[in-house]
Write a protein that binds this ligand. Structure first.
Ligand code: UGA
Length: 457
């Protein structure tokens, strides 16, 4: 199939290369020249395992093209994905301005595409019908697919924008097809999603996506567009709440002398609950959970429902980091003049994404209160350096520990799990190990001569 993907961020780029790898003709569109230059050379603009190889392969075999023109891409494609960002605006509602701008351009291109040929070979008595899917002019019909995470009702908004631009209703369909990939395992998740959600008003439009995704051989759920949009928010908010729930249980464990790791293992063994997303720690960050939880709270509020459960999940999440920093400060007797080693800056392992990363709040608190920081992350340091130029960025966990009064683990990269704690202890000035992700065992840390502090036990 001929596909356009507008927006070369996480979702767009991964979707584009994966669809190209399945043998479709894909054009990925973005407006940032620097990004386009890199992508054309086969250099991914984000760190994601497996992406570089797939990008280079699909560019080389001609299945993937990179472009700056939404119009050209729309004219050439039967399916156009909108995969631009929807960041939270100040009041917590998702900012849809990028989606709106892109929809306007797509709308104008649909008008051109649907316009009758200058000299049609055989005039049809039903000119408009020939634009529909399955009609004689199927190549002039466009399925506009919203992949960005958007509040319920956004499909209707896109549809009204396309109409405002003059696009004839029979020339397009708007479909909601939310993305569930996780950063760090994005390629795998795109190829093997648990489910594919297709929200469409017309069965023919849904079928177009069913056909596109058929090679993946994964379960597909066809719904109306509003339900599809809500499925995405409801899923992310549920997972975020699950993490906040286990962190609240972790708090009780600390008070009661229990261990949240053991509790989570026992709870997760119930198949109705499951083991995933019961890892207690500093809580959730990233570009999705914080934004989508806020987005659902504000959508509910607009509809007249106070989603107190979700507001509490967010409050528990914020408190996780604040309490961790307070405990660290207390143990150190204040941050003034103290040196803190920080392990991990990305919001989670296997990504260089630092949006809403717990590391940022922790660095801010330490620096604001007079401490200094030496930080190590396998890939994310350059991004954090732009925000915190006063932090010393080092090349190994041992360099972060050198001369430190306390060592704090913020992101559970695999390489930290293999660390030699005795060597860490020898490099440090103090003894404090603060493990924000429950990576080490108390026994191992104490055997190395460290004073172990963690969350949930
Ligand atoms: C999340 C969802 O998992 C994806 O399904 C969704 O497509 C994506 O958002 C999105 O909306 O685009 P992502 O933000 O990449 O994916 O990362 P997750 O692996 O879900 O982790 C989110 C946060 O939860 C991280 O800060 C992680 O450290 C934290 N987490 C995760 C825990 O604290 N405990 C856990 O048990 C699991």
């Amino acid at each position: 199939m001929k596909i356009a993907v507008v927006g070369c961020g996480y979702v767009g780029l991964v979707t584009g290369v994966v669809l190209a790898d399945l043998g479709n003709e894909v054009v990925c569109v973005d407006s940032h020249q620097e990004k386009l230059d890199k992508l054309r050379k086969g250099i991914p603009t984000i760190y994601e395992p497996g992406l570089e190889e797939l990008l280079q392969r699909t560019l080389a075999d001609g299945c993937l093209r990179i472009s700056d023109s939404i119009e050209d891409a729309t004219l050439q494609s039967e399916i156009v994905f909108i995969a631009v960002g929807t960041p939270a605006s100040e009041d917590g509602t998702p900012d849809l301005s990028a989606v709106q701008e892109v929809a306007e351009e797509i709308g104008r291109a649909i008008v051109r595409k649907a316009a009758p040929e200058p000299s049609p070979p055989a005039p049809s008595p039903y000119p408009s019908a020939s634009l529909g899917i399955g009609g004689g002019g199927a190549d002039r019909h466009t399925v506009v697919v919203n992949k960005s995470t958007v509040p319920v009702g956004s499909g209707d908004l896109v549809e009204s924008i396309l109409r405002q631009q003059g696009a004839p209703p029979e020339a397009f369909d708007v479909v909601s097809n939310p993305e569930f990939l996780r950063e760090g395992s994005a390629i795998h998740d795109s190829l093997r999603p648990d489910r594919i959600i297709i929200g469409a008003r017309r069965r023919e439009a849904a079928n177009k996506l069913v056909e596109l995704y058929a090679p993946l051989e994964r379960p597909m759920h066809i719904t109306d567009p509003n339900s599809a949009e809500l499925i995405k928010y409801a899923s992310n908010a549920f997972l975020a709440t699950k993490i906040s729930y286990i962190n609240a249980i972790g708090r009780i464990c600390e008070l009661a002398g229990a261990d949240v790791g053991d509790v989570a293992k026992g709870v997760g063994a119930d198949q109705r609950i499951g083991h995933q997303f019961l890892q207690a720690g500093l809580g959730w960050g990233g570009s999705c959970f914080p934004k989508d939880v806020q987005g659902l709270v504000s959508t509910a509020e607009k509809l007249g429902y106070d989603f107190r459960l979700l507001r509490e999940a967010a409050a528990i999440n914020d408190a996780q980091t604040e309490r961790f920093v307070e405990r660290l400060e207390q143990s150190l007797g204040g941050f003034g003049g103290k040196r803190i080693g920080v392990l991990g800056l990305a919001f989670k392992p296997n990504t260089d994404d630092i949006r809403e990363a717990k590391s940022l709040a922790i660095l801010r608190a330490i620096l604001d209160r007079g401490g200094s920081v030496a930080a190590y992350d396998p890939v994310a340091s350059p991004h954090v350096e732009k925000l915190f130029p006063d932090v010393c960025y080092v090349d190994s966990p041992y360099d972060a520990a050198a001369g430190a009064d306390a060592l704090v683990l913020v992101t559970e990269w695999n390489e930290f799990k293999q660390i030699d704690l005795a060597r860490i202890a020898a490099a440090m000035r103090g003894r404090l190990l603060f493990d924000g992700r429950r990576v080490y065992s108390r026994q191992l840390a104490e055997r190395a001569g460290l004073e172990y502090h963690t969350i949930g036990s």
